[in-house]
Design a protein around this ligand. Structure first.
Ligand code: NDP
Length: 261
């Protein structure tokens, strides 16, 4: 049962030069949305815009850092000037770092919170006036399974994703009155460049072997959830088991986390 159609929707996707964001932009365009793609690497965005255009879709690139207010404003302005408004905002840009908290530079925490949380919240703020006038509008915030339980050596990242989930729940309640939905997407391990792009890789938890899911599969499930007006999805089988166990027995997860440290 669909709550909205993607055909003719106007969307912004941040972090669209690679990985999950690129896959979401492609899936939205494939289903008929016009997409503003945002990231720092202009050449990757240009390639994506050309690829979408080659298949008959519509996309425009806004190159810049999402932590910069001017980039966020340019993205909203592009949706308005090129497509006439905004219906779907996908806050996906994110970075990580791994290593023990007690040895980490305070800058690591600042940088991760700037990209993963403050930029996401401020992007939402600047987009809200246009979303309010949109057609069945929705904000999609990409969190992580680590928004359900913090993981060792991922303190800053886990904290940022908990913040994303808490923020999303709050604004979902507030925005119901103006007809804006809020979807939280919490991927598990996904095959992208994320782990090559971490700010620092000092030490990793020794997780048991597990197979990553593809970015295309995360995108497919995300766009389906947008259509259906879902509030929360975990687009990864083991991730769903993990989140269920976190609710059922957080102490068990605490013990397992300590074991993998
Ligand atoms: P990638 O590293 O492959 O992609 C990250 C994207 O974010 C890139 O397009 C990058 O583009 C962009 N980006 C990073 N920093 C900025 C910035 N300051 N300003 C603008 N764009 C930025 O990672 P994923 O695709 O895997 O990650 C996407 C989201 O999914 C993130 O929020 C991540 O936390 C989350 N996630 C990922 C998981 C995984 O296993 N891969 C698991 C759980 C959650 P550019 O460098 O061109 O700016």
């Amino acid at each position: 049962m669909s709550k909205r159609t993607i055909q003719a929707a106007r969307a912004i996707v941040t972090g669209a030069s690679g990985g999950i964001g690129r896959a979401i932009a492609c899936e939205l365009a494939r289903q008929g949305a016009a997409v503003v793609v945002v990231a720092r690497r202009q050449e990757k965005l240009d390639e994506l815009v050309a690829q979408i255009a080659a298949t008959g879709g519509r996309a425009v690139a806004v190159a810049g850092d999402v932590t910069d207010a001017a980039t966020r404003q340019r993205a909203v302005d592009a949706a308005v000037s090129q497509f006439g408004g905004l219906d779907v905002l996908v806050n996906n840009a994110g970075i990580g770092a791994t290593g023990p908290f007690r040895q980490a530079d305070p800058q690591r925490l600042r940088q991760i919170m700037e990209v993963n949380f403050f930029a996401l919240a401020e992007m939402t703020r600047v987009a809200l006036p246009q979303l309010e006038q949109g057609n069945r509008p929705i904000v999609v915030n990409v969190a992580s399974v680590l928004a359900y339980h913090g993981a060792p050596y991922n303190s800053e990242y886990s904290a940022s994703k908990f913040a994303v989930r808490g923020f999303s729940e709050s604004i979902r309640a507030e925005l119901t009155a103006v007809g804006i939905d809020v979807l939280v997407v919490s991927p598990g391990t996904t095959e992208t460049e994320f782990f090559d792009n971490v700010l620092e890789d000092v030490a990793q938890p020794s997780w048991p072997e597990h197979k990553p899911v593809s970015a295309a599969e995360v995108a497919r499930q995300t766009v389906r959830a947008i259509r259906r007006g879902k509030h929360e999805i975990v687009p990864y089988g083991w991730g769903r088991v993990f989140c269920w166990l976190c609710r059922l027995s957080p102490r068990l997860i605490d013990r397992l986390m300590a074991r993998y440290t």
